[in-house]
Design a protein. Sequence first.
Length: 228
Amino acid sequence: MTDHPVTVTSVTSQYATQVAQDLELNAKEQERIGAELSALQAQLRILQDDQSVLHRIHKTLDSRPASAPSTPEPSTSLPQQASGKNTPARSAPSKTAAKTPSAKKTTAQAKKVKTQAAEPKAATASAQPTLIALIRTHLDQQKEPRSAAEVTSALAEAHPQRKIKSTVVRTTLENLVAKNQAHRSKQGGSVFYASVAVQAATQKAPAPALPKTEQDSNKRERTGAVSS
């Protein structure tokens, strides 16, 4: 008799715990379904807005006047009214045919806008001299041969807005040498480049005059050779 109340209390506690857990799961499930429902309602509103916009566009396209049909060329055959036959009515142009000129016009306008936007960039790029022109001008202004590093440093300082790399400058210099538009020389382990005009002027420069004592010695040697 004494164990019966304890058993009843234990069963009641288990049921209470189970009911509390079921209530918690139920609340979570309602929360999950409510969140999904809110997301679906938001998607539904977006679709309804898109539908209204599409309806307005469709009405606008349908209300546009169709393009006038082209004038038919005069026929050399006898008119059909003379033969007693009814002339069939000309079929109205389809909506697709009416929309085609407008679509072509829109495409042409878009291409024109892109071309006009690209013209300032092309003009800016064409206004700047090429790297080859910059290198040739720099070499023409130098009185002595210059290395690729010296040319790169000078051009980078003169044109800070351009990203001039030494590897590109060296390749360009070698291309100018291959085309006989620049001269290459070695001094020890270093390579130097010079303008063809500057190199030609250096080669044509007169040899330095000998001192007077050396000139007299040369004259005596030539005189002794003649007398012998």
